[in-house]
Design a protein around this ligand. Structure first.
Ligand SMILES: [Zn+2]
Length: 66
């Protein structure tokens, strides 16, 4: 999957290292993206998100997300 990110033409797909997620950027001027579970090119199942671990490390008292 990471091979697809490195063609030097500007990424259609981003990798959010903090979360361990691949995503399609949403052009809303922010940093939103749509999380991908599978590689759009080769269909490989991508590694599971580390989002929960990330927020666990930050301290769950900061976010009340369900
Ligand atoms: Zn791939």
């Amino acid at each position: 999957m990471s091979l697809h990110l490195n063609d030097g033409k500007g990424a259609a797909i981003i990798y959010a290292a903090n979360f361990g997620e691949y995503g399609i950027p949403v052009p809303d001027g922010g940093s939103s993206y749509i999380t991908l579970e599978f590689c759009p090119w080769c269909g490989t199942k991508l590694p599971p998100s580390k989002r929960d671990e990330y927020f666990d490390r930050l301290g769950s008292d900061k976010l009340e997300e369900t």
